[in-house]
Design a protein around this ligand. Structure first.
Ligand SMILES: [Zn+2]
Length: 186
């Protein structure tokens, strides 16, 4: 699948929306990604996870994803690779993530971290820390969509099925507001 195919696929399922949106941060943008419009479809999710799996095949022995979307993506990517998939959950104090539920991960493991949308990289960094806390190595990061335009560097091999650069503005500087385009609150 080419970038154009992936973009068309996400648009067709309503996951990649164009218009005028108010983001959770309060800023306005012309593009919005509704990730569960894709994650609710096993067929499409599976195809995208196969791209991630193909990129890291032979370089990893264990896949990990953060809750919530990352759980689905890690599981499906692991299925393509014939590997185990584990979940990184928030620590009880809310600071960072950890592997609970008796998941085994430790020295010698080369963990592929998979997640849905890269915005600031916060949850991926928390999973990297959780992997290293266990003495395991991070083999790479696989994302569904990198919406930073490739600006985040985790210092390990990185792959995104789709890279988009979503510009956002303060409401008072928003050209779409000025043009009177109807605002959708996300
Ligand atoms: Zn606006």
């Amino acid at each position: 699948m080419t970038t154009t195919d992936i973009e068309a696929l996400l648009e067709a399922r309503g996951a990649l929306l164009r218009g005028h949106f108010q983001l959770a941060s309060g800023r306005h943008a012309d593009t919005y990604i509704e990730k569960f419009r894709i994650l609710q479809w096993p067929d499409v999710t599976s195809k995208l996870c196969e791209l991630v799996a193909d990129r890291f095949r032979g370089e990893t022995n264990l896949v990990a994803g953060p809750t919530t979307g990352g759980v689905i993506l890690a599981y499906e990517t692991a299925r393509h690779l014939g590997l185990r998939s584990i979940i990184a959950e928030r620590k009880e104090d809310g600071e960072g993530r950890e592997f609970k539920r008796g998941f085994e991960v430790g020295p010698g493991d080369r963990v592929l971290i998979v997640d849905d949308i890269l915005t600031t990289g916060g949850s991926v960094r928390d999973v990297i820390a959780a992997v290293r806390e266990r003495g395991a190595e991070v083999a790479g990061i696989g994302m569904l969509v990198d919406r930073t335009g490739g600006r985040v560097d985790f210092g390990v091999p990185f792959f995104a099925c789709l890279t988009v650069d979503i510009a956002s503005w303060r409401p008072e500087e928003c050209a779409l507001c000025e043009q009177g385009v109807e605002l959708v609150v996300t």
